[in-house]
Design a protein around this ligand. Structure first.
Ligand code: ADP
Ligand code: ADP
Length: 229
């Protein structure tokens, strides 16, 4: 489950000023689509529309064939997990941060859920463990570790669809590579939409669409697009 489809989607934040001019793509269940292009091209807008933050002015957006206009926000939130650009963590332990959304989750419960969501290795990759505090004074986690915690929080809900919005852009290049390796592993069994600035960060995507000014100007696999450069 988890096929995501945009059919001739037209949208403007201001209906007088259209931002997306008929965008169409299909992400088959379990596959990864990367959306690349310059700033202002409409990449984040696509991600926001999937969550139905705004109504579209034309076309159709569907998940597993169902028009999202007919789906509740609550149901969409349980279907789609988002890994945000800015990872905001609670001034508490790693365990608390990962378990947020599961009331009073113990380390054992979190670990069981992590195994169920096939992210156990990912969580265990945190060197300092669950009782490390992430906040102000006890700032012991690196940027990459904090990103792992933020990602784990999303993955623990085991959403069939994952949206990564420039999830690694704020990290140094070594950490970025490491997180990308992790994301590659976890995105293998989920429908994943990756928003990225650069083609070089989405080598493994099943399909890449290149956006410019609200239109898809190219699509293909990484090797095809690099050749066309
Ligand atoms: P990208 O993610 O590719 O950088 P965005 O989807 O954020 O592009 O933005 C696409 C266009 O929509 C830009 O012209 C941007 O200024 C405009 N835009 C984005 N968010 C809003 C908003 N909340 N209200 C009005 N215009 C917006
Ligand atoms: P991003 O491309 O990462 O979404 P932006 O700098 O485009 O970041 O947008 C930052 C915030 O400002 C977003 O919440 C976006 O919705 C809003 N925004 C962007 N462009 C506009 C705009 N032209 N008018 C109003 N809000 C905007």
């Amino acid at each position: 489950a988890g096929e995501v489809r945009f059919d001739h989607v037209h949208f403007g934040y201001d209906p007088e000023r259209e931002i997306l001019h008929g965008v169409s793509f299909t992400v088959p269940a379990g596959k990864t689509l990367a959306i690349v292009g310059p700033s202002g091209a409409g990449k984040s807008t696509i991600a926001r529309l999937l969550f139905r933050f705004y109504d579209i002015q034309g076309g159709r957006i569907s998940i597993d064939g169902q028009d999202i206009a007919a789906v509740t926000q609550q149901s969409l939130r349980s279907t789609i997990g988002i890994v945000p650009q800015d990872m905001v963590l609670f001034n508490d332990t790693v365990g608390y941060n990962i378990g947020y959304g599961r009331e009073g989750a113990t380390q054992e419960e979190i670990e069981a859920a992590a195994r169920a969501a096939s992210i156990h290795d990912f969580i265990m990759g945190l060197p300092q463990g669950y009782d490390t505090r992430v906040g102000e004074r006890g700032l012991k986690l690196s940027g990459g570790e904090k990103q792992r915690v933020a990602i784990a929080r999303t993955l623990l809900k085991d959403p069939p669809v994952l949206v990564l919005d420039e999830a690694t852009s704020a990290l140094d290049s070594r950490t970025e590579t490491e997180i990308q390796d992790v994301l590659r592993t976890i995105s293998r069994r989920r429908t994943t939409l990756v928003v990225a600035h650069r083609l070089s960060t989405v080598v493994d995507a099943d399909e890449i669409i290149v956006m410019e000014k609200g239109r898809i100007v190219e699509r293909g696999r990484h090797a095809d697009l690099v050749r066309a450069d």
